[in-house]
Design a protein. Structure first.
Length: 310
């Protein structure tokens, strides 16, 4: 189980930090006045809701804090490891798709734009065209009729080949979406996470500055009562802004992590699609084989494997 390290101090905790800072510096903090911000029922409800919400599932991050110093939130190694696994698997799937599509379409120029060759450019179609040209140079009627059958066969094989390309690519639909669309979405969400982290760090820095001001003014509260009140109000405001930034960071981090959490399901789906792809190839090859044998029999050509059996 990976460790979860919460990072959002509540507003109440912020005020307690002020008291500790004052005590450490030899001063005395003022007694908490009745109706202070952290006694507000609405504030308590927000804090309780935050506590009940708890850490986001499998959220991993760690923050080093120093008053007055901005420190960057470090995503925990476990979190980063999950992301590395995800990106590594995406690279593997991307390569696997290329290899599988290369089985049904060997022309890299065609693959750069799609899966099917342009009209009349399928290898079987081009083969049929050359057979027709070859037939025009023969004078024997029987030979010409045989080549007509071969030409017709090649045209049918071209149809099956194109169908295999379409069905084969369709069989890989989830893999292709994973390697293309989800990759872009993941990268965008990851960038948003970094931006949310930076915003959270900036908000934490502002809150820390207010803690320092509150501690300083608390030491001289008798002479600066109005300033003290304003400082405490600023501290409460900064605390709320920080909590908001932490909430936004948590949501974005959970969204990013959801990609990795879904990875086992993706792997299972992709395995099924590979099997579906080979089922398409098997059916296509079987159909083409039957048609080839049928034409050979009509032409009186005995398959080589049957000759060996005899």
């Amino acid at each position: 189980m990976l460790e979860v390290i919460p990072i959002a101090p509540s507003s109440a905790a912020s005020l307690q930090a002020v008291d500790r800072s004052v005590a450490a510096m030899g001063g005395k903090s003022d007694p908490k006045p009745q109706g202070a911000p952290n006694d507000n029922p609405d504030t308590k409800n927000v804090l309780q809701a935050k506590k009940d919400r708890g850490a986001v599932r499998n959220m991993f991050f760690k923050v080093g804090e120093k008053i007055g110093v901005v420190e960057q939130t470090r995503l925990a190694p476990e979190f980063l490891a999950e992301m590395d696994k995800y990106f590594a698997y995406q690279t593997v799937v991307d390569g696997l798709i290329d290899r599988l599509e290369g089985v049904v379409q060997q022309d890299p120029d065609v693959l750069s734009t799609g899966i099917e060759a342009p009209e009349k450019m399928n290898p079987f179609e081009m083969f049929a065209k050359n057979v027709k040209l070859f037939r025009g140079n023969l004078s024997d009627k029987q030979q010409k009729e045989s080549l007509v059958s071969i030409e017709s066969l090649l045209k049918r094989l071209a149809i099956h080949d194109r169908e295999a390309q379409q069905k084969g690519r369709w069989a890989l639909r989830k893999m292709r979406k994973f390697a293309a669309n989800e990759k872009i979405s993941m990268e965008e969400d990851h960038q948003k996470l970094v931006a949310a982290r930076d915003a959270m760090d900036a908000a934490r820095h502002e809150e820390d500055q207010q803690k320092l001001l509150a501690a300083r003014d608390a030491m001289d509260a008798a002479r600066h009562e109005l300033k003290q009140t304003r400082t405490m109000e600023n501290l409460e405001l900064k605390g709320k802004l920080y909590e908001k930034s932490v909430h936004e960071f948590n949501e974005q981090a959970a969204k990013v992590l959801s990609y990795a959490e879904k990875l086992p399901e993706d792997k299972t789906n992709h395995q099924h699609e590979v099997l579906e792809f080979f089922e398409v190839i098997s059916q296509t090859c079987g159909t083409m084989s039957v048609q080839i044998k049928q034409v050979l029999q009509e032409l009186g050509v005995q398959p080589a494997n049957e000759i060996k059996k005899k």
